[in-house]
Design a protein around this ligand. Sequence first.
Ligand SMILES: Cc1cc2nc3c(=O)[nH]c(=O)nc-3n(C[C@H](O)[C@H](O)[C@H](O)COP(=O)(O)OP(=O)(O)OC[C@H]3O[C@@H](n4cnc5c(N)ncnc54)[C@H](O)[C@@H]3O)c2cc1C
Length: 442
Amino acid sequence: MSSHRLFTDDFKTTPYWWDRTPRPENVDQALPDAADVVIIGSGYTGLSAAIQTAQQGLHTVVVDAEQAGWGCSSRNGGQVSTSLKPTFQELSKKFSADKALEIIREGHNAMDWIRGFIADNNIDCDYHETGRFHAAHDAYHYDWLKHRIESQPKEFKVDARMIPVDQQQEEIGSETYHGGAVFPYHASIDPARYHQGMLRCALDAGVHITGNCRVNDISRSQSIFKVATEKGEIRAKHVIVATSGYTSRTTPWQQRRVIPIGTYMIATEPLPEEQMDRLIPNNRVITDTRKLVVYYRNCPERKRILFGGRVSLNETNPQISGPRLHHELRNRFPELENTRISHSWMGFVGYTFDEMPHLGVHDGVHYCMGYCGAGISLASYFGACIGRQVVGNPEGKTGLDSTPFEGRFYYRGNPWFLAPSIFYYRWRDELLSRVRGIRQAK
Ligand SMILES: Cc1cc2nc3c(=O)[nH]c(=O)nc-3n(C[C@H](O)[C@H](O)[C@H](O)COP(=O)(O)OP(=O)(O)OC[C@H]3O[C@@H](n4cnc5c(N)ncnc54)[C@H](O)[C@@H]3O)c2cc1C
């Protein structure tokens, strides 16, 4: 299908979620000239931190360069999981076994935290523990996944079960994969609606929100920070940087440690109910085992498929990424060849060199960022932790506090190495698939 015919007549380059949950209006307040805490960034991290500091009576101001929640937090795939990328085995090569366990446990703490926060605050955001089907591309990936699940430390077994290839139709209407694993406690959510609920909690706690107010500089005079913004200067006792994939030269130390990586999504036009039942029968969120991962799911009404991934070496625009994601979608579900795309959008996730989030203090400025594409639970939870750290609450302590937040001598904010890395991983994914396919056939 030509790109032109691939898009519906009402095709949009804004997130599908923004149709379902229109962007918040009338939350913006004028910038005061002083506060106890200024938080830069109004996504899950910034708001979650703000709720903690405001609830302890600190005058808290959240500023965002755009409207509240404009960044990843209202445009993501809505797949909620324990999220930490490194495995226990990988972590124990770097840290002691106890420390590795402590870090892994934080992913589960984050999952518990988000579940509790949504329930305690009655946030209507289509949070459902649908489970995840993590699909294996070939027999080798299936065995690797099985080994990974089975070799978790005894005291910390991951709740998961393997689905062999001859049973995978129960999970997905696709022939592309070689079985996979189901993680029953992973969840789906409407991310923008969740953000809106968090925003309401922040406003109820007395947080002051100023949108369209980019921070250009942070300086310090004795114990007071001066935060220079597009709307004037604000003085504060504490500053929290919560900008993750949108971190810029305003905070150069953090910018040299977080790599912004564009990730892209499409929504299909509405599909017939029986087709939805066949393609993703259990309504689970889906990912797969390649290094260049794709992620997809049904929308909450079960009418469309929302499909995401990285489809270009360099950053591109949604008009170009849309057809490429459609190609990937068709590879999994050939029957969607003539299905059109109603939305195509993107956002920048914050990646780190060790694939772990980081929170802490540098030069007196608190920061919390780098969820490596999996921040719904992590940003919400670690955001709350950094807020608690600012008010001196020991419950804000985390297993990640003492892990070094490393940069690289060759990176000063321009991720020139992304295109070659993506090229290499794509080539490796393809090559390994072919080699394993030939071996299996023998
Ligand atoms: C397409 C897409 C799909 C994703 N899918 C998933 C998923 O399925 N599951 C999952 O767990 N995670 C997913 N993520 C990642 C997840 O959304 C993020 O990790 C999380 O939202 C990060 O929240 P945050 O508050 O740290 O940052 P953000 O929500 O990105 O907020 C940062 C904010 O900082 C503001 N800002 C930046 N610089 C300045 C400045 N100088 N002055 C003022 N404001 C500034 C920005 O405007 C922005 O609003 C996805 C992300 C994208 C883009």
